[in-house]
Design a protein around this ligand. Structure first.
Ligand code: G3P
Ligand code: CA
Length: 257
């Protein structure tokens, strides 16, 4: 689709967890590489450390992407900062730390659009989720990033609460499965969302048309192993407005951007 989103031409090239195909996901080098590649937006995942800091990491647990063990939320920020979050992708990235959201905003705010996905799964108490939402909102405002940061979540309670906490912050609704696609227009409208971000496996041309008629943009995503050129081409054929690509260069070439 032609057109623009927050000043960027469509289709939007979104670097999923940064340039995660070649760099350690959700780290500053992965985000820097995405900027260098000319991506329009970086996507990152945020959860809370034990002492309430917004830490940028995908999983609830540390084993897959760091030298730590156990649940992210059981550790303080100081403890998490001592872990290596890059070495698992190759020696060259050894010594890379888990970023905290203010670091990402300071380094990349205003240089590229940022999609902050709030992960609530790893937070054991509702108050922790509420505190994380407020922290993210406060940071967006304090760093003057209201017009370039979008909050997304697959937890619709989170989206509803963020909207209650702040009437202006930009929101996107993340779809996790086919069930999420039923009456999604109403859901996106209810929270004042700008886009619906479905799992690529659930996207149909009919859904794209329905969302477009309602003025809602469609940014599908995919995890491995389907974050491929073939998926990207299929998404573009279906009329998607962008894609969360592990390799933003691969998508940019296909989107003729
Ligand atoms: O925001 C889209 C996408 O990131 C959702 O999947 O598992 O990579 O967080 P996941
Ligand atoms: Ca994510």
């Amino acid at each position: 689709m032609k057109g623009r989103f927050l000043g960027r031409p469509l289709p939007l090239v979104i670097a999923h967890r940064g340039f995660s195909a070649l760099f350690p996901e959700n780290t500053l080098p992965a985000f820097e590489a995405a900027v260098a590649e000319g991506a329009d937006m970086i996507e990152l995942d945020v959860t809370a450390s034990r002492d309430g800091h917004p830490v940028v990491i995908h999983d609830d647990t540390l084993e897959r992407t760091t030298t730590g063990m156990g649940r992210v939320g059981d550790y303080t920020l100081a403890e998490l900062k001592r872990l290596d979050a890059g070495g698992w992708m190759g020696e060259a990235f050894g010594g890379t730390s888990i970023p905290v959201l203010p670091e990402v905003f300071d380094a990349f705010g205003g240089r590229i659009l940022i999609n902050v996905e709030i992960k609530s799964d790893g937070l054991c108490k509702e108050e922790s989720t509420q505190e994380l939402m407020q922290t993210v909102i406060d940071l967006i405002r304090r760093k003057n990033l209201l017009s370039s940061v979008v909050i997304s979540s697959g937890d619709y309670q989170v989206l509803r609460k963020v909207r209650i906490l702040d009437g202006e912050v930009m929101l996107a609704v993340l779809g996790n499965g086919p069930e999420a696609n039923s009456d999604v227009t109403a859901l996106v409208k209810a929270v004042g969302g700008l886009s619906y971000n479905p799992d690529q496996a659930c996207l149909t041309g009919e859904l794209v048309d329905t969302l477009h008629r309602a003025g809602i943009l469609v940014f599908p995503w995919s995890t491995l192993p389907d974050n491929t050129a073939a998926t990207m081409e299929r998404m573009l054929k279906l009329g998607a407005d962008g894609f969360f690509a592990n390799d933003p260069a691969l998508f940019r070439a296909r989107a003729l951007r």
